[in-house]
Design a protein around this ligand. Sequence first.
Ligand SMILES: CC(C)(COP(=O)(O)OP(=O)(O)OC[C@H]1O[C@@H](n2cnc3c(N)ncnc32)[C@H](O)[C@@H]1OP(=O)(O)O)[C@@H](O)C(=O)NCCC(=O)NCCS
Length: 173
Amino acid sequence: MESKEWQQTVKDQTFIISTAPTLPHAFIQQAFSTSAMYWAKPVSSEHVQKLVDNSCTLGLYCLENTNDGKHQRTPIGMARMVTDYVTLAYLTDVYVQDEYQGLGLGKWMVRCCRAIAVDMPELRFMILLTGSEQAQNLYRRELGMKVMGSEEKLTAMGARRASLEEAAASPPS
Ligand SMILES: CC(C)(COP(=O)(O)OP(=O)(O)OC[C@H]1O[C@@H](n2cnc3c(N)ncnc32)[C@H](O)[C@@H]1OP(=O)(O)O)[C@@H](O)C(=O)NCCC(=O)NCCS
């Protein structure tokens, strides 16, 4: 799939979301080992390569000026969709580094995932699993998702393509 990129400025800082395979493997490995991503476990570099090759990985970067007047992209977050790019997208590993949380970047990443999913005309479902009630609200609002079931603390949510489109059309709250 051709890679996609989005850019926005928040509080004088420029951020980029890109699906290009440029997210450093060390960043993914580090993110998987944080307590924020309590569902993930550290993985070997071989397995990081495999999961990147087999999913649509969005990297969230902060654009920083370097001493020589150029720009450098510092990775600060990620989200992944395990997808066949036709019928199904499973959203997972949504993460924004602590110091960048609360700026709307998580919401923006979820909206970018929604845009990628809505671009699949034959999409049947976008699905996810979450252990966070706060995150459920985010997915309800931004993706039009409904709870499909739960087991202990884990909730399964899903949205058909029409619900994703409807969520995209609603005025931002
Ligand atoms: C969830 C997360 C990606 C949100 O990123 P963010 O950039 O701080 O979020 P935003 O500023 O865009 O806020 C969007 C919404 O995220 C939700 N949110 C904020 N912090 C959250 C947290 N720790 N856990 C879950 N949801 C959170 C809120 O509902 C917020 O909604 P609001 O606009 O009504 O306040 C980020 O808090 C994070 O990485 N948490 C740890 C990993 C995690 O729990 N991922 C989600 C697993 S399902």
